[in-house]
Design a binder for this molecule. Structure first.
Ligand code: CA
Length: 225
């Protein structure tokens, strides 16, 4: 059973979420404050953290920083705050995902599965081959096929696609994409991203104006879904 730490001071939401997670087969430890959360983290085998930001004894963000300096437990932020700048900061600081309240349980469960799968992959061999709805990407062979036809990508387009695929299902911030694909010097050059995402969409989407694979997360980044 996967142990989940749910940090949420709203009693009603905590009870609802804990119940729903238990139905799904998770073992839930609930904390209503930062202090409770720290105590649980120190003494149990938590494998995933759901973290509210506004807590009675401080900011959930502090726990994120502590956790990131200690271990790689996946962490999803659950908050009513929805400023893009805040999301970007938390994702850049190592949060796996960010859900704005109110969110659906189905969405939460899906994002939790993605986060857990990604952590599993870091331990297991890296996946180098993706196949989905007519799109085949072989990262090792540097090959992209769409509906049986080879697609030519420039080296930069390929690097960008590969970076998004390595976090498939998760949002990747502008800064992370720019740093990983172009280098740390270019972390502010968001116009590169707009240009290259446009090119990738033109090559890989049936309707580039209505992308199904290369999704925009407005103000935050992109997600390969
Ligand atoms: Ca709260």
């Amino acid at each position: 059973m996967i142990q989940v730490l749910l940090v949420e001071d709203d009693r009603e939401l905590r009870t609802t979420l804990a119940g729903a997670l238990r139905v799904e087969g998770y073992e839930v430890r609930a904390a209503a404050s930062l202090a409770d959360a720290m105590a649980l983290l120190a003494h149990s085998d938590i494998e995933l953290v759901l973290l509210d930001l506004g807590l009675p004894d401080g900011e959930g963000e502090d726990l994120l920083h502590k956790l990131r300096s200690l271990k790689g437990t996946p962490l999803l932020v659950i908050s009513a705050r929805e400023q893009d700048g805040l999301k970007v900061r938390l994702l850049d600081a190592g949060a796996d995902d960010y859900l704005v309240k109110p969110f659906s349980i189905t969405e939460l469960l899906a994002r939790m599965r993605v986060a857990l799968r990604h952590r599993g992959r870091q331990v297991a061999a890296a996946v180098t081959r993706y196949e989905q709805d007519g799109l085949l990407v072989d990262l090792a062979a540097h090959r992209v096929c769409l509906n049986g036809e080879d697609v030519h990508l420039t080296p930069t387009e390929f690097k960008l696609l590969a970076r998004l695929l390595r976090s498939a299902g998760q949002v990747v911030t502008h800064r992370t994409l720019l740093t990983d694909v172009w280098g740390a010097d270019c972390s502010e050059q968001t116009h590169y991203l707009r240009l290259y995402m446009g090119q990738l969409r033109a090559k890989l989407e049936a309707d580039p104006a209505d992308p199904k694979r290369l999704r925009t997360e407005p103000g935050v980044g992109y997600r390969f879904s």
